[in-house]
Design a protein around this ligand. Structure first.
Ligand SMILES: [Mn+2]
Length: 317
């Protein structure tokens, strides 16, 4: 792969290091290289699911631009950083992209790492979850917390996945394997989801939280709701679709949200609470579409979200 990790260099002081200075290629034995737990970047350079979902194309370049935006982040002290490169699918066949991602996620999990998936259409969320549950011991309950304007549990079109179906796929897999379906959506926009979708998702057991909950007056209740959800799972796939944020802060996405949430202190306290819970098994940033961005602000926001999460993860074994 082309090595994209380069940036500012403030010298050899460990406290002055940035991601690009410590990033190494991932190999399956990387976890034996030191005592720090690995965080492993995985790129999902596809907008096939977005185009199949009648969205605006462009997220295939998301992993490249998000890596660049993350290059100058300060390094987390408790984690070692690796890059596993980009996964690949067969052209516009979304399921092959999801399966490719699941295989790499499962390998990273087996190696003791935390996958950090940079996308890419949100169809990646099913590959992320599938790889996580495939690598987990039997009976492990793997929940999903998704920051998103959309529920992303739309029915599959002629049996085919797209960027609007990943959590319907999680639910379908869970039902087929007699496993619990644990899904918490944060930041939903009523204007972007039909009453039928909201009803069907709730009936399937999804917990849906409106964007209006992201306000200081609602924060205590929101944190309690998050805590209750986390208490019911063993592992947690944390997903951030950048279209949860307002179009003013995140214009570079397939489906911008004029009334999306702000990346403010309330949002940061909620996502820090999740990251610090000790159950987060993987993190993903979805739907970054550089050709639709304005001055790189969406990619920079994605990197800032990554930084906020990573610095809140507890020090691993
Ligand atoms: Mn989404």
């Amino acid at each position: 792969m082309t090595w994209l990790w380069r940036g500012r260099d403030d010298g050899p002081d460990p406290a002055a290091q940035r991601w690009h200075q410590v990033m190494r290629p991932w190999d399956a034995l990387a976890h034996t290289h030191g005592r720090k737990r690995p965080i492993v970047v995985i790129g999902y350079p596809s907008d096939a699911g977005v185009r199949a979902n009648f969205g605006r194309a462009g997220s295939f370049e998301g992993p490249l631009v998000l890596r660049t935006a993350c290059a100058n982040l300060p390094v987390p002290t408790a984690y070692a950083l690796f890059d596993a490169g980009d996964v690949a699918g067969a052209g516009d066949d979304v399921e092959t992209w999801q399966q490719s991602l699941a295989a790499v996620v499962a390998a990273v999990r087996a190696g003791g790492g935390i996958p950090l998936i940079l996308g890419g259409g949100h169809d990646q969320a099913f590959g992320h979850w599938l790889g996580t549950i495939q690598a987990a011991s039997p009976g492990t309950i793997v929940g999903c917390i998704n920051f998103d304007a959309h529920i992303d549990m739309r029915p599959l079109q002629s049996g085919r996945a797209n960027s609007g179906t990943p959590f319907a796929q999680v639910q379908g897999w869970s039902t087929a394997h007699a496993r619990p379906f644990k899904y918490l959506l944060l930041g939903m926009q009523p204007a972007h989801n039909t009453p039928a979708l909201i009803h069907a998702a709730a009936a399937a057991g999804a917990q849906l939280v409106d964007a209006d909950a992201f306000h200081p007056s609602e924060e205590t209740a929101l944190l309690q709701l998050v805590d209750r959800f986390i208490a019911g799972v063993d592992l947690l796939c944390l997903s951030v679709d950048l279209d949860v944020f307002s179009a003013a802060t995140a214009p570079g996405v397939s489906a911008p949200s004029p009334m999306g949430i702000a990346p403010d202190a309330t949002f940061r306290r909620v996502i820090r609470r999740i990251a610090a819970c000790g159950k987060v098994s993987g993190v993903e940033i979805a739907e970054c579409a550089p050709c639709l961005d304005i001055g790189g602000r969406t990619a920079r926001l994605g990197a800032a979200v990554v930084d906020t999460i990573v610095r809140s993860l507890p020090a691993g074994p």
